[in-house]
Design a protein around this ligand. Structure first.
Ligand code: MTE
Ligand code: MO
Length: 414
């Protein structure tokens, strides 16, 4: 297949640096861009030019920031049924541990609602509990942030902060039950071994969690393997909490402690605008009172076109075999549609069942274009409760979370 390229531009039509490009640069640098209003038209700041990637990663991933690493996967590189480790997006809030030692690593279970405090070695976990493998969809709550206007600060993810790999480990439920859960338990909170960007050892880069009902699901794992191999350093070895269908920020990496809480966990990035959205629709740019913000739980229905990549060139009369994946948080996807005419009419796709609950579902469709010209293919999934993806952009929120707008690709027929 041939392709035409539409270079992602950092500039608007008048040649000024886009607000979103400036926002991502500010987030990556952790400081304001001085003299931003003096940047010449059509000039790309050096710091926005391509950075190197961490070891073991596909060279075509997109680096959004390298301190800490935030790397996204272009949609067409997510074509595999099971996402390979080298194509998984990376979202780090702090600095990962330089090295991890399987022999000395421990996991401690504690908290107000734990009947006792107990510490497990990796060997304990692997030998005292039954291992399970599930394919689980992990999508960053900020995936799609670059679609919002006014732009939200933070990494400007487009579509690729999602993965669906196979994780092996023990059920969190089995481990928590072996310790004993008090009847007043409401939440679990995780702690990892990464360090805060400030270097302050008393600060956690992130410490989030989920309510007990989600923590105790069959598919919630304490995982030590990714696609049958040791977890690569960027993805949280030697032990990672994996919680499919919820913001991937709940899947704690480099896990060393889980607290069973008698309150909603109050760790780093549980409050304020972090991973929270207004409880009701607000106008773009609104200031929302803290008490009106609610924690994001199950992620909304979404889909990707993973073949072809945007910019495909077809011959007139050629049939195009489209394919991709669709997922819907805790729910299943019930229907998948594609449109060639900006959503005026839709064609039903063939949709497969997931490998297991909380894994994405594969879809395919054969489409024919009426004649030469520029087209867009839009993809729309509907969940088991009848909710569909919005065609363009969903409700604005202060940090630009849960943008589940239809994925769109460009196609030229010649
Ligand atoms: N300890 C720790 N766990 C973490 C993070 C982190 O920075 N530190 N980032 C979270 C966020 S915001 C996301 S989206 C996912 C990213 O997982 P990945 O990098 O393996 O794709 O990990 C989550 N778990
Ligand atoms: Mo995230």
């Amino acid at each position: 297949m041939r392709f035409f390229t539409m270079k992602k531009s950092f500039h608007d039509r008048r040649g000024f640096l886009k607000k979103s490009a400036l926002a991502s640069l500010t987030a990556a640098l952790g400081t304001e861009v001085a003299f931003a209003d003096k940047i010449p038209r059509n000039y790309t700041p050096l710091a926005l030019e391509g950075s190197e990637l961490p070891a073991g990663k596909d060279k075509n991933l997109t680096v959004l920031s390298d301190r800490p690493w935030n790397v996204e996967t272009p949609a067409h590189l997510l074509d595999d049924a099971v996402t390979p480790a080298d194509k998984m997006f990376i979202r780090n809030n702090g600095n990962p541990p330089a090295d991890v030692d399987l022999k000395t690593w421990t996991l401690t279970i504690d908290g107000e609602s734990a009947k006792e405090k107990k510490t497990f070695t990796m060997q304990d976990l692997k030998t005292k509990f039954k291992a399970h493998t599930y394919q689980l969809t992990l999508e960053c709550g900020g995936n799609g942030r670059n679609g919002y206007n006014p732009p939200a600060s933070g990494n400007q993810w487009s579509e690729g902060a999602v993965s669906c790999a196979e994780w092996t480990g023990v059920r969190l439920r089995d481990v928590l039950e072996s310790v004993g859960i008090k009847s007043d338990a409401v939440y679990i909170g995780y702690y990892g071994n990464d360090t805060h960007l400030s270097g302050d050892p008393k600060k956690d880069p992130i410490s989030r969690g989920v309510p007990m009902h989600k923590a105790l699901e069959d598919e919630t794992l304490l995982a030590w393997a990714l696609n049958g191999q040791d977890i690569p350093i960027m993805h949280g070895p030697p032990l990672r909490l994996v919680i499919g269908g919820w913001p991937a920020s709940t899947s704690g990496k480099w896990l060393n402690r889980i607290s069973i809480r008698n309150i909603v966990h109050d760790g780093e990035k549980m409050g304020g605008d972090s991973y929270r959205v207004p409880a009701y629709p607000v106008e773009p740019g609104a200031k929302v009172p803290d008490e009106d913000m609610k924690i994001i739980e199950s992620m909304p229905v979404k889909s990707l076109i993973t073949y072809p990549r945007s910019g495909a060139i077809l011959e007139t009369g050629q049939t195009l075999d489209l394919r991709g994946h669709a997922w819907a948080g805790d729910l299943a996807v019930k229907e998948m549609m594609v449109s060639l005419d900006y959503g005026s009419t839709w064609q039903k796709c063939d949709l497969k069942a997931p490998k297991n609950r909380l894994a994405w579902q594969h879809w395919t469709a054969k489409v024919k274009f009426p004649g030469p010209g520029y087209y867009e293919v839009w993809a729309k999934a509907t969940d088991s409760q009848g909710k569909s993806q919005p065609m363009v952009i969903p409700a604005w929120n202060p940090k630009g979370y849960i943008n589940n707008a239809c994925h769109r690709i460009a196609v030229k027929v010649v």
